[in-house]
Design a protein around this ligand. Structure first.
Ligand code: NAP
Ligand code: G4F
Length: 342
């Protein structure tokens, strides 16, 4: 089997490439030219994969690579994936996150192998935005999202993802292309981008610990601590992507843990893990990190993925937070050899 991964240099791309290699795939990764190195997440597997230069906003490069590489499966993980940035660069976000998907679907349609290629698109729980359903819990009503929850996107990013989501469904219905979308809720890891709130927190903690918990260390500046997210580990979620593509029928699935925690709760567990109970004086609330429109609450019910694909998350929220903190503490210590002697 041969797979193309658009977005191989990102968090999910790196885990998916590892998974596919383990399963014996030939992996082709598409990377765009940028002025700084971007291969750090996949350096350890570079000898085993083929890298091809391309950009999903360039329709020619997309169709050429799909024709030349003759893949059995294509995974599109490429996007301008930061919600906050999408308010500042809405046009770029639209071109990459929506337009790029159209380029891939059209390239598959005219590849001459449309019936031989299976396509996975990285949709997002951000598409639900402000919407949720209600069901009775033990003590109170539980708010949740699943495949039947109507979409109400709250950012240029989420609107672009929703356009892409509908394009995927439309190309599946119109041209019979095997195209599926994973509506993935937040998933993090030791490889998470440093601008996302979880990694921003754990990286700060790592550097703070490596400084010897220096009182002069600059504060951790954050925005809305009350937002709630359904946070899983990326390793579990890339398995869900692959399982969707292996199913005989293309379909869309929610992938989530079924639990939700606030940014404040993430902070509690992360700081506690390095022995700090009262972290409040170390954090400054900065309006810079508030968004013009917020998604307050996400809790996904992955019942369909469990029933149809047999997918289950294996890594708990607490394990996720602790793994991220441990990794960032270790990295920061190695970067501060002067502190190793202390
Ligand atoms: P990420 O770490 O930000 O990776 C994004 C990838 O897209 C990078 O490889 C990036 O390449 C690439 N890319 C950006 N613009 C491109 C362009 N014009 N042409 C080609 N490649 C381009 O994101 P992630 O967390 O791995 O997420 C993977 C996908 O899932 C994204 O589509 C994201 O929107 C979606 N998603 C993520 C989550 C989550 O919680 N992680 C949840 C739901 C959906 P560079 O390295 O060159 O920047
Ligand atoms: O970590 P975040 O930036 O992730 P967000 O906005 O939930 O988006 C991520 O998950 C989506 C799936 O639901 C993906 F589609 C998307 O690509 C991305 O991977 O922010 C999480 C929450 C937000 O409510 C934000 O307002 O944390 C809040 N927050 C508070 N302070 C902050 C900060 N977010 C960031 N990035 N930086 C802060 O300082």
């Amino acid at each position: 089997m041969r797979a193309i991964i658009f977005g191989i240099t990102g968090q999910d791309g790196s885990y998916l490439a590892e998974l596919l290699l383990k399963k014996g795939y030939e992996v082709v990764g598409i990377t765009r030219r940028v002025s700084v190195p971007t291969l750090n997440r996949i350096n350890h597997i570079l000898p085993k994969i083929k890298i091809v230069e391309g950009d999903i906003t360039d329709a020619f490069s997309v169709s050429n690579v799909i024709k030349e590489e003759e893949p059995d499966e294509i995974y599109n993980l490429a996007a301008q994936s930061h919600v906050g940035t999408s308010f500042k660069q809405p046009s770029l976000t639209w071109d990459v996150t929506a337009g790029g998907v159209l380029n891939i679907l059209e390239a598959i349609r005219y590849s001459g192998r449309k019936d031989d290629i299976k396509f996975y698109q990285a949709s997002s729980s951000e598409m639900f935005g402000k919407n949720y359903n209600l069901r009775e819990g033990f003590a109170e009503m539980i708010k949740y999202q699943d495949e039947k929850t109507p979409f109400m996107p709250q950012s240029p990013y989420a609107i672009a993802k929703l356009a892409a989501h509908h394009l995927v469904r439309n190309y599946r219905d119109s041209y019979g292309i095997f195209a599926c979308s994973g509506i993935l809720f937040n998933h993090e890891s030791e490889r998470r981008g440093e601008k996302f709130v979880t990694r921003k927190i754990t990286k700060w903690i790592g550097e703070f610990v490596a400084s010897g918990m220096n009182k002069e260390f600059p504060a951790l500046r954050l925005g809305n601590l009350d937002a709630k997210r359904d946070w899983g580990h990326a390793e579990d979620y890339v398995r869900g992507m692959w399982e969707m593509v292996q199913h005989e029928m293309p379909n869309d699935y929610v992938v989530a843990t079924g639990e939700t925690y606030s940014v404040r709760q993430f902070l509690d567990i992360a700081f506690k893990h390095v022995g700090i109970d009262d972290w409040q004086h170390l954090v400054v609330i900065d309006p810079e990190f508030y968004r013009p429109a917020e998604v307050d609450y996400l809790l996904g019910i992955p019942a369909k993925a469990k029933r149809v694909l047999g997918w289950e998350p294996h890594i708990s929220f607490e394990q996720l937070v602790e793994r991220m903190v441990d990794s960032d503490v270790e990295t920061a210590r190695l970067q501060r050899p002067d502190l190793q002697r202390v």
